[in-house]
Design a protein around this ligand. Structure first.
Ligand code: AMP
Length: 215
């Protein structure tokens, strides 16, 4: 089963993708994670990508589609979760072509809806474990009092360089201008399901399961 999690920054796509990896053995393809890896490589390309990301703008379609193409070739028995990809109509077309070339299909596109006020407070309170990537939130899921990650015991926590109000505003603008047209695109293809993403993690996960069970 191959699915897209679609939604603005802070909607909880990464958190839900990680649950699906654990529960269903799916493979998470997060272009944001891949780009963060590229930027820490110190190459010239990584440097350019870092500047674009820190401004909250989108990296070019060619770069992200290339990253996805490489990962798709590795295959995934439990299927792929596309997290943060596609973000433009050109990327959506490219994904459709890549999947059909491989004889694979897209089984569901899940739009996670969260209001903008909640996104700002979620993102500015967010940190992740440097060891395993577990996501914490100062208000709703704080780092345990002993300072150790509940998942892996790691003690280093990071805040993303682009998780500040200025970059977030730009990221939201990019979402509404370039990514939100995908809602209509996948609706027209009969592949869209919309769920309320503003709830406890397990409640949202239950809604995703309900969609996948019907797909
Ligand atoms: P994310 O971790 O998904 O929030 O992505 C962080 C940043 O990486 C975004 O603000 C963009 O600068 C870049 N990025 C991630 N995925 C894409 C994509 N599919 N297309 C273009 N830029 C992307």
């Amino acid at each position: 089963m191959n699915i897209i999690l679609l939604g603005p920054p802070g909607a909880g796509k990464g958190t839900q993708a990680r649950k699906l990896v654990e529960d269903r053995g799916m493979v998470q393809l997060s272009t944001g994670d891949m780009l963060r890896e590229a930027r820490s490589s110190g190459t010239e390309m990584g440097q350019k990508v870092a500047e674009v990301m820190d401004r909250g703008e989108l990296v070019t379609d060619d770069i992200v589609t290339g990253l996805i193409r490489e990962k798709l070739q590795e295959g995934a028995e439990g299927g792929f979760i596309f997290d943060g990809f596609p973000r433009t109509l050109a990327q959506a077309d490219a994904l459709g072509a890549l999947l059909s070339d491989m004889g694979r299909a897209l089984d569901a596109v899940i739009e996670m809806r969260v209001d903008d006020e909640a996104l700002v407070s979620r993102i500015t309170a967010r940190s992740t474990c440097g060891g395993c990537g577990e996501v914490y939130n100062d208000n709703t899921k704080p780092i345990p009092a002993d300072g150790k990650c509940a998942k892996c015991g790691g003690t280093e926590f990071k805040r993303r360089a682009d998780d500040n109000e200025g970059s977030l505003r730009q990221r939201l603008m990019e979402y509404y201008k370039k990514t939100s047209p995908l809602i209509g695109y996948y609706y027209a293809k009969g592949q869209l399901s919309t769920i309320d993403g503003l709830d406890e993690i397990d409640a949202v996960a239950g809604r995703i399961t309900a969609v996948l069970d019907k797909a």
